[in-house]
Design a protein around this ligand. Sequence first.
Ligand code: GLC
Length: 473
Amino acid sequence: MPAPSVPRRVAVGGPAPLHCVRTIPMTNDQLREQVRELLLKNVRDGYSGLLGQSYCYIAPAPKPYPFQFFWDTCFHVIMLARLGEYELAQRNLRSLFAMQHADGFVGHMIFWRQVLPVRRSDVLQARPSWQSLRPHMSALIQPPFAAVALHTLFEESADRVYLGEMYARVKRHHDWLARTRDFDGDGLLTIITPFESGMDWKPSYDPVLGYDERHTPRRLYTSRLYWKTMAVDFDNFARRYDIGEIRRRGRFLVKDAGINAIYALDLLCMEKLAPIVGDDPAIYRARRAQVLASMLRLMYDEEDAAFYDVREPGSEKIRIRTPTIFFPLAIPELDQAVAERVLAAHFDNVDEFATALPLPSVALHDTAFYPGHTPFIWRGPMWAVNNWFIYHALRHRGFTEQAGKLRSSLRAAIEQSGFREYYDPLTGEGHGARDFTWSGLALDMCQAGNAGPAGLQGRADAGTAVDDAPGQA
Ligand code: GLC
């Protein structure tokens, strides 16, 4: 079958009001083919002499993200599964787990070939060792999406042999998380540096870092925010990433609403996959119930109708609004009345998240909000992953209109600016890395019949109303 013609990619420079911006609409088929083309272009397939291992992964962007990243790989697996590229998806996930430690740990970055990181200070994100300046894998975690990825791949490919192979590895990873990162026995994971959430400079971490200015600097090395964050990484590095010691020190301990909602969905996928491979799902069900109960107890603020990140020790809510205040809505057992309150208070609020192209990565009224390019990412611009995750959460709950806004917004940004790392939520202008893969998640939002991460059944409209008309914004 001939490939459908693909529209020219458009990158519109300089901020301009939305109505003046030229966009080139694309059909769902054209979107799929552009995503496929981009993913295939970013494949890194080879053999690492350094590690004596073959690898195959997709770089999130040729520059500045040449490594294999944990949650990026999970997004790639989901996209590849939706595209029917099963073998490539399988190799990507296998590669991510190839360096798994005996105790189940998998680091957030694998440096297959290059010894030094792009940003030299990232050396601090790996455990120091005498043999090498930097080991092959970082010592940090990233949001645990591996079971969601495996579940999507199985849903699409029905490959039980592969499921059997990878389930065992993902299970060990989950056991490691529960054993090592549930510090307080409340079921919630604690992160030890901002970079573990995947949302590197998320403004809700400012108070924990002691960054009281609460604005967004434009330059990296001259800013206090940078050095305060580096001090956390240096502290962890100096403790050789000994979790017991880091916990006792208590310099940066956060229960993040985003990572824990993702964890709950990953547990749901483990629960669904377990019986298929003859394992007992009960442990995952129990962990998930505990996560939700603790989120309601520690993170949910009744008066503000928001789920906040929590600072430990002391379980203090950090009342800074970012899109992760909505993330727990993805947990199916969360009461619909709570979901309605959170949405009503914040989603359509013009001081907060109702921008021309939602969702901004921090509420508009926040002093940190900055919509354009700075090295301090996640402090204003729209990110595909937020739209994708919340889109599915809302659709499954029957909030079709709000979900549709998130889908159209991401789609409009891609049509205007191409595949960029993040977008100005006021103008749609693209910023950050080029040929960045995450916007490809749009295909998982536009393809009819996709039940989203964890394969939840929709309350109202799963399988329908997800096809945008060409160019619809
Ligand atoms: C940035 C993001 C992180 C991502 C990485 C590679 O550091 O904040 O979440 O994994 O880029 O795309």
